[in-house]
Write a protein that binds this ligand. Structure first.
Ligand code: DAH
Length: 357
């Protein structure tokens, strides 16, 4: 039998010096494996007399346990060290500020459209849209503006190349009203749509840009009436401007596609050199509206004896300027990031009726 104490201290020294799990495995194989040193000693037990075999067997088993225990202990030390290193490397500083990174801003036009859709959506309107390149029939004729109608000249129309205002011409739509026609041709009443979109007119000065945005509203049913129109618009203006006591004034007006037609003003106060919406003795025009002209219903194949309805159209830039105090229309389209940082909105805040600026 070899000197087990010497074998033990040799193995313990090697375990102590092992630098990784693979080195430990080598030591295990060389001591406890099939051809290992301790295993070899075990094999010699058979040649000893019973007394000596018992003593040597016990000593070898004890050594085996010590070595196996030392290997395990060292191995789990390596595992702990590895885990600690990983935890340190992947640590997240939970005390760090959760303030969102700036990823850009929503343009006030986008925000205002969202708010308008949100408010009318709560009244049961559904969103609709139509093409920006429109044909003459949808943009004018079906809206009761035949080719020779003077109202066509009022809207400085952009014609597509090679088109000049004859029947069948293609235009950049001058308003969102053609979507009224497209909706009535496609859907059976009751209809309740709200239509935001880009519109175009050949006009450019301090208060006009060649591209701007409108929202169109259309309600068609058997008994829809002007009182409902007024109720809808009042509810909209009070909610949009957050002015619960705001009042409206309906001024008789003319649009070919509505009869009667009205322009709608909201009450405001300009006395202090500052515009306050919802109170005071002044009026500010915000939108056009009226009862859908029976000729428009007829153009869409609806019987005016059976159906009636109301429509309205409003300019989005104007509403945004009034609500958010933006003084200059042209800045909407300058693409200036500093302007957008100032007047834009956080993209992850959903529009809501209760949120203030
Ligand atoms: N389309 C009109 C314009 O661009 C606005 C308008 C007025 C729309 C009256 C309507 C309406 O639906 O009823 O000036």
């Amino acid at each position: 039998m070899m000197d087990l104490e010497a074998l033990k201290s040799d193995l313990m020294a090697r375990i102590d010096a092992a630098g990784d799990v693979a080195a430990l495995e080598d030591i295990r194989v060389s001591a406890l494996g099939k051809k290992g040193e301790i295993t070899a000693q075990m094999k010699q037990l058979g040649g000893l007399d019973p007394e000596a075999r018992k003593a040597a067997g016990q000593a070898l088993n004890a050594l085996k346990d010590v070595i196996a225990g030392a290997l395990d202990a060292k191995k789990s030390g390596f595992a702990d060290a590895e885990l600690n290193a990983r935890l340190a490397a992947e640590a997240i500083d939970v005390s760090q500020s959760p303030r969102p990174r700036k990823v850009g801003r929503l343009h006030p036009i986008t925000q205002t459209i969202d708010e308008i859709i949100d408010i009318f959506g709560q009244m049961g309107f559904v969103w609709a849209e139509g093409p920006e390149v429109e044909d003459d029939w949808h943009n004018f004729t079906a809206l009761n503006m035949p080719t020779d109608h003077p109202a066509r000249q009022m809207q400085d129309t952009f014609y597509m190349n090679g088109h000049s205002g004859d029947e069948g011409s293609l235009v950049l739509r001058t308003h969102t009203s053609p979507v009224q026609i497209r909706t009535m041709l496609k859907e059976k009443p009751p209809i309740r749509v709200i239509v935001p979109g880009r519109t175009f007119r050949s006009d450019s000065d301090a208060t006009h840009t060649p591209m701007f945005h409108q929202v169109e509203g259309l309600v068609i049913d058997k008994t829809s009436n002007m009182a409902q129109l007024k109720g809808c618009l009042l509810e909209f203006c009070r909610t949009f401007f957050r002015a619960p006591d705001l009042t409206l004034q309906f001024r008789p007006s003319y649009f070919p596609f509505t009869e009667p037609s009205a322009e709608v003003d909201i009450r405001c106060d300009r006395s202090g050199g500052k515009l306050v919406i919802g109170e005071g003795d002044d009026w500010l025009e915000v939108l056009g509206s009226g009862m859908v002209n029976p000729r428009v219903l007829e153009a869409c194949g609806l019987d005016p004896e059976e159906y009636q309805g109301f429509a309205f159209g409003l300019g989005i830039e104007r509403l945004a300027m009034l609500k958010y105090g933006i003084p200059d229309l042209r800045t909407f389209f300058d693409g200036d990031v500093r302007w957008l940082q100032h007047y834009g909105f956080e993209p992850h805040l959903l529009p809501s009726l209760v949120r203030g600026r």
